[in-house]
Design a protein around this ligand. Structure first.
Ligand SMILES: Nc1ncnc2c1ncn2[C@@H]1O[C@H](COP(=O)(O)OP(=O)(O)O)[C@@H](O)[C@H]1O
Ligand SMILES: [Mg+2]
Length: 256
């Protein structure tokens, strides 16, 4: 049997923390190094498809059908994106979260197939802000979890709550899940509050776990609007530079 495909889960229970921005742009950065990346959009807002220019028509298969269709198969709903080496398992934008059932291992089982590890080198999972079976499926399937956060006072408490959930999952369901790091998003070095929250995060979680952040850059929002990753939309921008640096760092951390 082949080794199971490696899975990077992007999670924070706050909306607007940068999860989708990180998911789409990291997928593109890893793909540019030659890795075949599958991006899974578990958030029914469906923003990954928007960011990668994929149109999902009514009735087309989505990752959310996993929770409701007994004959759902992962490779049936994989879509090619405009970015080389990035495939997408799109979201169902009309999915109701009360239909996600109680089986927390559905995604893990789907990703454990040899056919998936033959086709992909890395899976990235973008998650919804809710703490429900969608998020639990992602965390049960994960090899690593990366937590983007915007450095303001409410985020710190939110991240602490998430970490409690992560430790519970690690001790009860997925002992091999590792916290890869905490990633400050929309960082403005000259804002005192950002500096204060980041040093609070470092004291709580350790310097090594709090990663160099992604600076605030309107190009990241514009890239999304133009359905491209920032490395294609504005290759010389701060956003593109920061994502390339982050991807290189993560590649090293993921090898450890
Ligand atoms: N570093 C950044 N600089 C500027 N805007 C950003 C940055 N990161 C994210 N954004 C914007 O912030 C908003 C929320 O980000 P998003 O990735 O959608 O968060 P989430 O998926 O956690 O809800 C989006 O409009 C996105 O374009
Ligand atoms: Mg999102």
């Amino acid at each position: 049997m082949r080794e199971r495909v490696r899975v990077l889960v992007i999670s924070n229970r706050k909306g607007g923390a940068g999860k989708t921005t990180v998911s789409v742009n990291l997928a593109s950065e890893f793909a540019a190094t030659g890795q075949r990346v599958l991006l899974i959009d578990l958030d029914s807002q469906g923003h990954c498809a928007v960011g990668l220019g994929v149109k999902v028509n009514v009735g087309e298969l989505t990752v959310h059908d996993m929770f409701t269709e007994s004959n759902w198969s992962i490779l049936d709903c994989v879509r090619q994106t405009s970015v080389e080496n990035v495939s997408l398992l799109p979201a169902n934008t009309t999915f109701q979260h009360d239909r996600c059932g109680h089986d927390q291992q559905l995604l893990l089982r789907a990703l454990s197939q040899d056919a998936v590890s033959e086709k992909f080198d890395l899976v990235i999972v973008d998650t919804p802000p809710s703490l429900d079976n969608l998020l639990l499926n992602a965390l049960c399937a994960g090899t690593w979890v990366l937590v983007p956060y915007v450095p303001h006072p409410l985020s710190f408490e939110g991240v602490r709550q998430l970490v409690r959930v992560l430790f519970k999952i690690i001790s009860e369901q997925n002992p091999t899940l590792k916290i890869l790091g905490f990633l400050p998003m929309m960082v403005a070095g000259n804002v005192r509050q950002h500096r204060d929250i980041n040093s609070q995060m470092t004291r709580q979680f350790g310097t090594l776990r709090v990663l160099g952040g992604i600076r605030s850059d309107i190009k990241l929002a514009e890239a999304f609007g133009s359905a491209k990753p920032v490395r294609d939309y504005a290759p010389k921008s701060r956003g593109a530079e920061d994502f390339e640096t982050l991807a290189n760092l993560l590649i090293t951390l993921m090898e450890k």
